[in-house]
Ligand binder design. Structure first.
Ligand code: GDP
Length: 517
């Protein structure tokens, strides 16, 4: 059990209507009470909200009278300037409305600073986020007030929380498992519907349940192996080898399904990187602008003006597509442009979708074919985009595109779109191709989606161990040797939920959280 009571701002940096400071730990209520002028927080019921003031320099006398200060409804809040130095004696009339009984007992030499008018929520252990006593102070959202309140809390015995410390406590105290803790960070970071839904499902225990099913399967298998070991001396044919094989098959399939869901999960969580590539003047910037419907990238008639990569994000059907506008792919002696070309190549390496733009009047089919073949990768969707069709007769059967189709389909790519970036025709088709790309990654069968690289790595290692076990079983390797791989597979799964993990991994996970979470 942690001894320290921690505090931090839970809301975003900057000015807002309200801000929230959270305290967690055994002393949370006591420390809050030391800074609070209003109802005696130490006697209130759990999960209740109280109106009052945060004060600095609360005196013994004042605290002695706290029983008499009664919580007032929001309606009778006095008008008050924030952050004002008060002499209690002088300010009597101002705060009389809400706390007349309290002020009557102030001594004339007691000076306090009222910091802000607040609402304080008290949540007592164990039914709280951290399972410890938690207090939330809702104040007027000025960063300056936030700092002042934190200062007073620290003065009264709290410690500033480290990044992710609240969530880490929730995990350490068994309130949530590690995958759920990670899903909280994902929820906070979610920027669209798909990533929000996936993170929420994980928080609700989606992956946790799936992992426990897998672990049960592994444990069942271990019992069967132990049975076999018991009978080993007697040279009896093991009765249920078929059941063992079935279990292993199940495990393998479930692990594979989870592992495969990562491609979709990753697209949902991190977005899909799309590279727009083509010769200078092919219309890359114009296409990007058409997609964004905003004139962000600089468009110019002079070849090679899009010198650096520009990244823009659009959200289509709940997925973020990260568009990369790049320098033209032509050999150049211009030093700056060379950097751009190198970047373009790097971008293609990390992209999942490549929009290869060409202007028929300025390209040859050989060029396009050579390019596609050079950059082809199994995990890269290449889309040919024939731009500037407004300049050529669209009705004419196009031998240029027919040649590309013949040479490249279906082995290297399977989409050829004819667009006019300038006239914004065919842009919807480009968007549809992108949406379909993500839809096709989705496995309708599986309801749990892996979005986390750490989980993905653990599942892959676990699958390797299961494959080793399968190999050992089928080749009749002595069952005792299986124990090692079985333990490995179990431990890998346990790493996802945090059952088997070390401080370094934990530190690494929680340090990525924001302070106050
Ligand atoms: P980039 O070098 O590939 O980024 O090409 P830009 O987007 O800068 O476009 C180069 C020139 O082609 C600009 O003058 C654009 O207005 C023009 N352009 C781009 N797309 C089209 C199109 O579909 N039709 C026509 N007629 N011109 C286009």
């Amino acid at each position: 059990m942690n001894q320290d009571t921690i505090c931090a701002i839970a809301t975003a940096n900057g000015v807002g209507a309200l801000g929230i400071i959270r305290l967690s730990g055994a002393e949370a209520v006591k420390i809050a009470q030391k800074t609070f002028k209003g109802t005696d927080l130490e006697t209130v019921k759990s999960h209740t909200v109280h109106y009052g003031y945060i004060v600095d320099g609360k005196t013994q006398e004042a605290r002695g009278e706290k029983q008499e200060a009664r919580e007032k409804s929001k309606e009778d809040r006095p008008e008050m300037e924030e952050d004002e130095e008060f002499n209690i004696q002088n300010s009597k009339s101002k705060i009389q409305n809400s706390e007349s009984s309290l002020t009557q007992h102030q001594t004339s030499n007691t000076t306090q600073e009222l910091i802000d008018e607040v609402m304080v929520s008290v949540f007592r252990a164990p039914k709280t986020f951290t399972t410890e006593d938690v207090v939330e102070i809702s104040f007027h959202g000025s960063p300056h007030i936030a700092r002042k309140i934190l200062e007073v809390l620290v003065k009264n015995g709290a410690r500033l929380a480290k990044a992710g410390e609240f969530t880490m406590r929730a995990f350490m105290n068994g309130r949530i498992d590690l995958a759920q803790a990670e899903s909280i960070a994902d929820l906070i970071a979610s920027e669209n519907e798909a990533s929000r839904k996936v993170a929420l499902n994980q928080l609700k225990g989606g992956i946790t349940n799936e992992i426990s099913v897998l672990r049960n399967d592994l444990l069942n298998f271990t019992s069967l192996i132990e049975l076999e070991l018991d009978f080993a001396e007697e040279d009896v044919e093991f009765a249920d080898r078929a059941a063992m094989n079935q279990l292993l098959l199940n495990l393998r399939q479930k692990l594979r399904a989870l592992i495969e869901s990562f491609q979709y999960g990753n697209a949902v969580k991190n977005g899909v990187e799309v590279a727009i590539i083509g010769k200078p003047n092919a219309g890359k910037s114009t296409l990007l602008n058409a997609l964004l419907k905003e004139e962000r990238a600089i468009v110019s008639e002079i070849a090679g003006t899009t010198r650096d990569t520009i990244e823009e994000v659009i959200h289509l059907k709940g997925t973020a597509f990260r568009f990369v506008d790049t320098a033209g792919l032509r050999e150049t002696t211009d030093v700056i442009e060379k950097i751009g070309v190198t970047k373009a190549k790097e971008k293609i390496a990390s992209a999942k979708v490549l929009l290869y733009l060409y202007d028929e009047r300025d390209s040859t089919t050989q060029e396009v074919i050579a390019f596609v073949k050079e950059f082809y990768r199994e995990d890269l969707k290449i889309v040919l985009v024939h731009n500037k069709v407004d300049l050529t007769n669209q009705e004419t059967p196009n031998s240029f595109d027919a040649t590309l189709n013949q040479e490249l389909f279906p082995d290297f790519c399977d989409e050829l779109l004819r667009i006019s970036a300038k006239d914004q025709t065919g842009i919807e088709a480009v968007k549809t191709v992108l949406i379909d790309y993500v839809e096709n990654l989705k496995d309708e069968e599986s309801n749990v989606i892996i979005t986390n690289q750490r989980h993905f790595d653990a599942l892959q290692k676990s699958l390797q161990s299961v494959l080793q076990v399968e190999h050992a079983v089928s080749s009749g390797i002595h069952t005792e040797l299986l124990a090692y791989e079985l333990r490995n597979a179990l431990e890998q799964l346990g790493e996802i939920s945090g059952e088997f993990t070390n401080d370094e991994v934990l530190g690494n996970i929680f340090s990525k959280f924001c302070i106050g979470k």
